[in-house]
Write a protein that binds this ligand. Structure first.
Ligand code: AP5
Ligand code: MG
Length: 220
């Protein structure tokens, strides 16, 4: 059976993590979220975490070498597919990933990128009301609220606000996204591997649209 690689690409707060998680639960493909990997390292207080913290809290990208290292480790898992959330997000990361794929993938394995398009205005609205759990579950106080106030539906832990969800940091993350998005989207478009999704619909509707498009391409 061929391997499937799905890459979620979109601005901060576009719903990449939300949709990547939903797709992973249905397909059993492994989700590789570089943001989640860094947050786990930060929480565990590792050497990588200490470096990552300096960059993430101001909305800068963690150096490519460190990021690539984490991705390579995650790619060693046995799986029929991988779902990338937040990687690759610049030219160097794309170049590095293509080198890895060239070595690791077979001819009939398939790679597609999904663009989740959302306006800057919507990004700011969403991130101001996002709440997170240390287990990785993401909530929105209005669109995707937890059942019991400030605790996680899944593990019961207290929810928190991400330390990069501050207006100034969000503005910087958005700038970085806009600096690279034209090139990155252009690359997947040229390869005829770009699936475009309007991200300003309900979470459920977006999920259904993604499933429909993946089925149409016989990826699931
Ligand atoms: P990362 O964690 O990847 O952050 P990001 O790209 O800025 O994206 P977010 O996680 O903020 O948003 P999302 O698109 O996942 O949206 P979500 O589903 O949560 O990266 C964080 C940092 O780590 C980076 O700044 C960098 O420092 C570092 N890093 C990560 N990857 C790196 C890399 N490759 N290289 C170097 N450094 C890297 O949804 C957002 C909110 O909206 C939630 O509240 C959700 O419930 C809600 N929501 C979702 N969908 C909808 C919808 N359709 N309608 C209404 N609300 C919705
Ligand atoms: Mg995310």
């Amino acid at each position: 059976m061929s391997k499937k690689i799905i890459i979620f690409f979109g601005p901060p707060g576009s719903g990449k993590g939300t949709q990547a998680g939903m797709l992973a639960r249905i397909t059993d493909w492994k989700k590789i979220s570089t943001g989640d990997l860094f947050r786990a390292e930060i929480l565990a207080g590792t050497k990588i975490g200490k470096v990552a913290d300096k960059y993430t809290k101001v909305g800068k990208l963690v150096p490519d070498k460190i990021t690539l290292n984490l991705v390579e480790k995650s790619l060693k898992q046995k799986a029929l597919g991988f779902i990338f959330d937040g990687f690759p997000r610049n030219r160097q990361q794309l170049k590095d990933l293509l080198v890895i794929f060239k070595k690791a993938l077979k001819k009939n394995d398939q790679i597609y990128a999904i663009e989740v398009a959302v306006s800057d205005k919507e990004v700011k609205q969403r991130l101001s009301q996002r709440r997170m759990c240390a287990c990785g579950k993401v909530y929105h106080l209005v669109y995707n609220p937890p059942i019991n106030g400030g605790v996680c539906d899944i593990c019961g832990a207290k929810l928190f606000i991400r330390n990069d969800d501050k207006p100034k940091v969000i503005a910087h993350r958005l700038k970085l996204y806009h600096d690279e998005s034209k090139y990155m989207l252009g690359y997947w478009q040229k390869q005829n591997k770009l699936i475009k999704i309007g991200g300003e619909q309900s979470i459920k509707k977006i999920h259904e649209e993604i499933m429909e498009k993946l089925k149409g391409l016989k990826l699931i």
